[in-house]
Design a protein around this ligand. Structure first.
Ligand code: F6P
Length: 341
């Protein structure tokens, strides 16, 4: 068999480890040939294909980003569509695809599988928001980077007696904020799942300050203050029609300063959270998912995604994978909230 791999959507530490795992097992154990599509679905639509042999994947598990490139291209828009993709695959003798991506990528993979194409999915998102898998690779790295950044912000906060606001990614879920905020001892963690009033934030900040602490407020980019309806978005929509988030931290900082009189600064961590070397946890998880994806091709599990349940790798349908957004449950927020203020 000839298998094509693509990495699609936002880049994420661990993508290369998945590619390596799949190619190694696929070529060495299953006797398959592997190729890569450049820049996600863009490479599938344009038949932009590169060979992926053992030499090409040597030593890449520790590299961030993706050696194949990625994009947020929607394969059904512009020149794309089922007919053109099927034609490209036939012309290049590609029997099946492994699509590594998040919600947008898997939704596109499902549409293509429903149309008869042979696709296996691998979940990827630093946001950790796919319901069908316990953890996604990249999340652990993002949390570690955010925690390191917050430790640094706290030294400036302590030195200047300032309140520091750190904005992290996560789209419409608060996992990165919850974990990095707990790890760094934040005095308030603001997540999309919990409507919180500015009065409450101010109370937590003031109480930490009154104890002689420099308050740290961690806010997820998708947080919606209780007097608003939507997450802050000022950069339009992405290729899948989803709002590009970011900027809520900069909006909160002056409100906190005005209400408390405490000098307040905001930092948006942005893409730093997705960059660089994956943690060992993410390398291992990503490698295991890559190995399992190559097995899933042998077992012809089309329309299914490899996933983590506990410590086991399992298979779930694309429907199940897309069915629910994994939000932060109330009990996880409540246990963290004991530490606020
Ligand atoms: O889904 C991953 C993610 O990093 C989100 O946390 C964030 O909202 C978005 O991607 C940013 O996308 P882009 O890299 O296209 O700006």
């Amino acid at each position: 068999m000839r298998i094509g791999i693509l990495t699609s959507g936002g880049d994420c530490p661990g993508l290369n480890a998945v590619i390596r795992g799949a190619v190694l097992k696929g070529t060495q154990i299953h006797g398959h040939e592997y190729v890569g599509f450049r820049d996600g679905w863009r490479g599938v639509v344009d038949a932009d294909i590169v060979p992926l042999g053992r030499k090409d994947i040597q030593g890449i598990a520790k590299q961030g980003g993706t050696i194949l490139g990625t994009s947020r291209t929607n394969p059904f828009e512009g020149r794309g569509g089922v007919e053109r993709i099927t034609e490209n695959l036939e012309r290049h003798g590609i029997d099946a695809m492994i699509a590594i991506g998040g919600e947008g990528t898997l939704a596109a993979a499902k549409r293509l599988t429903d149309a008869g194409l042979k696709i296996v999915g691998v979940p990827k998102t630093v946001d950790n928001d796919l319901g069908a898998t316990d953890y996604t690779f990249g999340f652990d790295t993002a949390v570690q980077i955010a925690t390191d950044a917050m430790d640094r912000l706290r030294t400036t906060g302590d030195s200047h007696s300032r309140c520091m606001v750190a904005e992290v990614m996560g789209r419409h879920v608060g996992w990165i904020a919850l974990h990095s905020g707990m790890a760094s001892g934040a005095h308030a963690i603001l997540i999309p799942e919990q409507k919180t009033s500015i009065d409450q934030v101010v109370e937590w900040v003031q109480s930490a300050y009154d104890r002689g602490r420099a308050p740290l407020v961690v806010v997820a980019e998708g947080f919606v203050p209780d007097h608003e309806n939507d997450a802050h978005s000022e950069r339009g929509l992405d290729a899948f029609g989803r709002p590009r988030l970011g900027g809520i931290g900069e909006r909160l900082a002056p409100l906190i300063e005005e209400r408390t009189g405490i000098e307040t600064r905001a930092t948006t961590l942005g893409h730093i959270q997705r960059g660089g070397t994956p943690t060992s946890y993410d390398r291992v998880l990503a490698t295991r998912l890559g190995l399992a994806a190559s097995d899933a091709v042998v077992d012809q599990r089309w329309g299914r995604m490899v996933a983590l349940r506990g410590t086991d790798i399992v298979h779930v349908s694309f429907e199940e994978a897309l069915d629910s957004l994994k939000t932060v449950p109330q009990n996880r927020y409540d246990e963290a909230a004991i530490l606020f203020g």
